[in-house]
Ligand binder design. Structure first.
Ligand code: HEC
Ligand code: HEC
Length: 365
C-alpha cells in the first residue's frame, strides 16, 4: 500500500515538474549560463582603429537580450524564421544561397550579406557625412542600425511579422520580461527596445585577426608568399582597394559593375541605388561589400550570381560586364593564371581566426 502511495507521489511530482517546466521554461541559471552578459572585449587584431570610431558601444545587457531575439524564430509570423536563418554564424552571418528564403518559402530578390563589423562603418576622411557611412542594405535605403534591424521583421518575404504583433508575441513570453528589465530598466516591450537590443547584439559581431592582419602587424610569415603577391594586385595593380578601402575593405559607396545586367533586354534585373535616389546615374549601382571573411560569403554579389571567388576574380579580370552605366574604374586586368591564384590566396587571407558567435541553446519561455 505504502509502496503504491510512494509510486503515486513520485508520478505526481514528476507531473508537476513537467507541467511547471512547460510554463516556466528553463531556469534563470540555465538561461544565464548559456547566454551570460558578456563584457565588451578588446577589438580583434587589425580592427582597433576601426572600432575606436564606432559612434556607439553595445550595452552588454542589451546585447545579451538581442542575442536571444536574433536567434528566436518566434519573432516570425509562422515561427520558422529568425534573423539567423539568413544570417548564419558559420557563414560570417551571411548565407550560402543566392537569394533569401523567408516565411512560407517566399523568396526575396537579393543575397543576405554578411553582417559582421557593422558597429563602425568605414568613413573616408574627406567625407564625414553620416548618411553614407551608416546606410544599410545593398542600396543604402535605411540609415541607422536600430531602424535597420526592424525592417526584416515586417518584410513579407522575410519574417512577415508586423511590429505590434511581434511585440504582442514577446509580451506573451514571460521569461523575456526579466531580460527587458535588465536591459532597459523596466519590463516594457516596445519596437524601439526590440530594435535597440538586436542592434546592440549585431554591434558585438566582429571580425579581424586574420592572416592578413598578422602580416600587416609585422609577422612576415603570417601570409603565404602567394597571398603576399596577391596583396600587390589587390592594393595596386588591380585597383581593388580603390573601392574595397579601409580596415573593413569597403568605402561605403555605390558602384555599377554590371552585375544583373540583362544585355538582351537592355535593362538591369534590379536597379539598385536608383530606386533610393531617383538619380539616373545610380542605375545598377550597389554598395561595396566588406571583404572580411569573404570565403564564407559565397555565392557572391547582390544577386549571388557568382558562385566562387574564382568566378569573382575572372569577372574583374574581364573588367566587369559592359553596360551604359558601368563605372570607369573597372578595366580588363590581363591577369595570368598565377595572378588569379595569388589574388584568391589574398582574399582567403582575410578570413578571421574565429567565428564571431554561435546560437544560444536555451531561450526564455
Ligand atoms: C529571409 C532572410 C532574412 C532574414 C530572416 C533577415 N535578413 Fe537581414 N538581410 C537579408 C537580405 C536579403 C539583406 C539584403 C537586402 C537588401 O539589400 O535589399 C539583408 C540585410 C541585412 C542588413 C544590412 C547589412 C548591411 O551591411 O547593409 C542587416 C543589418 C540585417 N539584414 C540584419 C537582420 C536582422 C537583425 C534580422 C532579424 C530581425 C534579419 N536581418 C533577418 C535577409 C534576411
Ligand atoms: C569600382 C569599385 C570596385 C572595384 C574597383 C572593385 N570592387 Fe569588388 N565590389 C564592388 C561592388 C559595388 C560590389 C558588389 C556589386 C554588386 O553586387 O552588384 C563588389 C563585390 C565584390 C566581391 C563579392 C563580395 C560578396 O560578399 O559578395 C568580391 C569578392 C570583390 N568585390 C572583390 C574585388 C576584387 C578582388 C577587386 C579587384 C580586382 C575588386 N573587388 C574591385 C566594388 C568594387
Amino acid at each position: 500500500m505504502s509502496a503504491r502511495i510512494a509510486a503515486a507521489a513520485v508520478l505526481l511530482t514528476a507531473f508537476v515538474l513537467i507541467a511547471a517546466g512547460c510554463v516556466v521554461g528553463p531556469s534563470r541559471t540555465a538561461l544565464e549560463r548559456d547566454n551570460p552578459v558578456r563584457p565588451l572585449t578588446a577589438p580583434p587584431l587589425g580592427m582597433e582603429e576601426f572600432f575606436a570610431e564606432a559612434p556607439q558601444q553595445p550595452d552588454p545587457a542589451r546585447a545579451r537580450l538581442g542575442r536571444w531575439l536574433f536567434y528566436d524564430a518566434r519573432l516570425s509570423a509562422d515561427g520558422t524564421v529568425s534573423c539567423a536563418t539568413c544570417h548564419r554564424p558559420d557563414h560570417a552571418f551571411s548565407e550560402p544561397l543566392a537569394v533569401s528564403v523567408g516565411v512560407g518559402g517566399r523568396t526575396g530578390r537579393r543575397k543576405a550579406m554578411s553582417i559582421v563589423n557593422l558597429a563602425a562603418r568605414t568613413t573616408l576622411v574627406d567625407t564625414p557625412e553620416l548618411e553614407r557611412s551608416h546606410a544599410f542594405f545593398w542600396d543604402g535605403r535605411v540609415v541607422g542600425l536600430d531602424a535597420q534591424v526592424l525592417r526584416p521583421l515586417a518584410d513579407p518575404t522575410e519574417m512577415a511579422m508586423q511590429l505590434p504583433a511581434a511585440v504582442a508575441r514577446l509580451d506573451g513570453i514571460r521569461g523575456y520580461r526579466q531580460y527587458f528589465r535588465d536591459a532597459f530598466g523596466t519590463a516594457t516591450i516596445s519596437p524601439d527596445r526590440v530594435g535597440a537590443a538586436i542592434a546592440d547584439y549585431v554591434r558585438t559581431l566582429r571580425s579581424g585577426g586574420s592572416a592578413y592582419d598578422r602580416w600587416a602587424a609585422g609577422d612576415a610569415s603570417a601570409m603565404s608568399v602567394a597571398a603576399q603577391r596577391g596583396s600587390d594586385i589587390f592594393f595596386f595593380r588591380g585597383n581593388c582597394a580603390s573601392c574595397h578601402a579601409g580596415f573593413n575593405f569597403s568605402d561605403g559607396r555605390y558602384s555599377n559593375l554590371g552585375i544583373g545586367w540583362d544585355a538582351a533586354a537592355g535593362t538591369f534585373r534590379d536597379d539598385g541605388r536608383l530606386a533610393v535616389t531617383g538619380n539616373p546615374a545610380d542605375r545598377g549601382r550597389f554598395k561595396t561589400p566588406a571583404l572580411r571573411d569573404v570565403t564564407r560569403h559565397a555565392p557572391y554579389m547582390h544577386d549571388g550570381s557568382l558562385a566562387t571567388l574564382r568566378d569573382v576574380v575572372a569577372f574583374y579580370g574581364r573588367g566587369g560586364t559592359p553596360n551604359p552605366w558601368r563605372t570607369q574604374r573597372l578595366r580588363p586586368l590581363g591577369l595570368t593564371a598565377q595572378d588569379i591564384d595569388d589574388l584568391i590566396a589574398f582574399l582567403e587571407a582575410l578570413d578571421s581566426d574565429r567565428v564571431a558567435d554561435v546560437a544560444p541553446r536555451v531561450f526564455p519561455q
